[in-house]
Write a protein that binds this ligand. Structure first.
Ligand code: AMP
Ligand code: MG
Length: 420
């Protein structure tokens, strides 16, 4: 799958690099957590129902439980009187039976009494919707017919026992929590949150609050990558900025190992510059699986391990680092988190203008607008790998496949919406 370059060092195809990264990673440990802490977490086992849901037949209206045959002749001008055998509030269990010619007052959600097979809404009787608890009448007059089963929620209507309702790998949504709680679960089995350590590197980097010395720039990647990592559902370990000094880089990487990182993500220092020590260090004290990918921006991308911890070395330029994370880091974190790999929605748009590329698989910054019901793509500003503003202006990445050097206006292209 490698593409030979004049220098003889192979450029790995993006899809091949993604495959190698994913095959090196396993989901992290599992644990059990209380339901109230489970929103957004990833289930590590299927959840099945052990009883029918709902467990018993209940009324779906406030009204009177009846036998449908008893009210077959009822109509707006023909009331049928029934004797009221009892009252069934929600949360109670009727102990009496509704016999021929009888009815029971029943509230929404209350269990159906034996003998009755349908419910007449209170609006279709002579009783007031304002009747109080103590106003249980001795008789009710019914002004409509019902089919057997009408206004009754049968047992098992929602779910039959044995159904797998939530599969392993599912990110728990608020509605899932409602269901889990109704099923009687107080705790759920989930994956631990992966621990991802993040390190920036470069002598030129200062933090946003620092006075800049000549030649210094402020660190962008700690912030943008840190947020991306957290959005992927990982626990972030901030290593900070390492100078271009092998000792200091190694100290920070060691601290990632001792803090139990499942994955280390670094930016910068993986190219061919004299001060690019990150790559050299993992070659020495870990493993370098590959370090060049047929991609733009972001060709220098190192993958391997530092000691036993998997490491993705992103390029330093802020846009390359960002896009490199989306393409390689996010699937890796999803894998550790127990999520299925395909996280991003792809869509198609029509190019509003010609686009040039250089034959590498390119991820260009684009603004997608909807015109006459179809999506149109335009590049945003300068596409250099350090130009963060055009990334801020973009709402999608436009993907130019490998081997393609130009695309005329009107071409349909793949896009990746940038919506998180
Ligand atoms: P390098 O990969 O070390 O050759 O860095 C490539 C370019 O990215 C250089 O211009 C660096 O100054 C810049 N760069 C590296 N790290 C960062 C960072 N954390 N924030 C902003 N720019 C960076
Ligand atoms: Mg550097």
């Amino acid at each position: 799958m490698g593409i030979d370059t004049p220098s003889g060092s192979p450029l790995l195809a993006v899809s091949e690099a993604q495959k190698q990264i994913l095959s090196a990673l396993q989901p992290v440990q599992t644990t059990t957590i209380p339901l109230e802490q489970a929103a957004g977490r990833i289930l590590c086992a299927d959840v099945s129902v052990h009883e029918d849901l709902p467990a018993f037949a209940s009324s779906s209206m406030d009204g009177f439980a009846v036998r449908a045959t008893d009210v077959a002749s009822a109509g707006p001008d023909q009331g049928v009187p029934l004797q009221v055998a009892g009252d069934i509030p929600a949360g109670s269990q009727p102990t009496f039976r509704v016999g021929a010619g009888q009815a029971a007052r029943i509230m929404t959600g209350a269990p159906m009494p034996a003998g009755a097979d349908a419910v007449i809404p209170i609006e279709d009787t002579d009783q007031s919707i304002h009747a109080g608890v103590s106003d249980l009448p001795g008789q009710v007059i019914v002004f409509r017919r019902v089919r057997p089963g009408e206004y009754v929620r049968p047992a098992g209507q929602d779910l039959r026992r044995g159904t797998t309702v939530l599969p392993a790998g599912r990110q728990i949504k608020p509605q899932d929590l409602g269901l889990l709680s109704i099923l009687g679960l107080t705790a759920v089995p989930v994956y631990e949150l992966p621990r991802v350590a993040l390190m920036s590197s470069g002598n030129e980097l200062a933090t946003p609050g620092e006075m800049l010395k000549p030649g210094q720039i402020r660190d962008a990647n700690t912030y943008s990558l840190g947020a991306l990592i957290q959005n992927s559902g990982a626990r972030l370990i901030h290593l900070g900025i390492a100078r271009d000094d092998p000792r200091q880089i190694q100290d920070l990487l060691d601290s990632a190992v001792s803090q139990g990182a499942d994955l280390i993500i670094t930016s910068a220092g993986v190219s061919v510059g004299a001060y690019d020590y990150v790559r050299q260090i993992i070659e020495k004290d870990g493993r370098l699986t590959f370090w060049r990918v047929n991609m733009r921006p972001g060709k220098p991308l190192a993958f391997g391990a530092y000691r036993q911890v998997t490491l993705i070395g992103l390029p330093g330029n802020p846009v390359s680092a960002f896009i490199g994370y989306l393409v390689f880091g996010q699937p890796a974190v999803r894998r550790l988190a127990g999520l299925p790999p395909a996280g991003r929605r792809r869509a198609q748009a029509i190019l509003a203008h010609d686009v040039e590329s250089d034959g590498r698989e390119s991820y260009l910054r684009a603004e997608i607008t909807s015109q006459d019901g179809r999506l149109t793509a335009r590049l945003t500003g300068h596409q250099g790998s350090g130009n963060l503003y055009s990334l801020v202006q973009a709402n999608a990445l436009l993907i130019v496949p490998s081997g393609v050097k130009s695309l005329p206006a009107g071409t349909q292209v793949d896009i990746w919406p940038l919506d998180d």
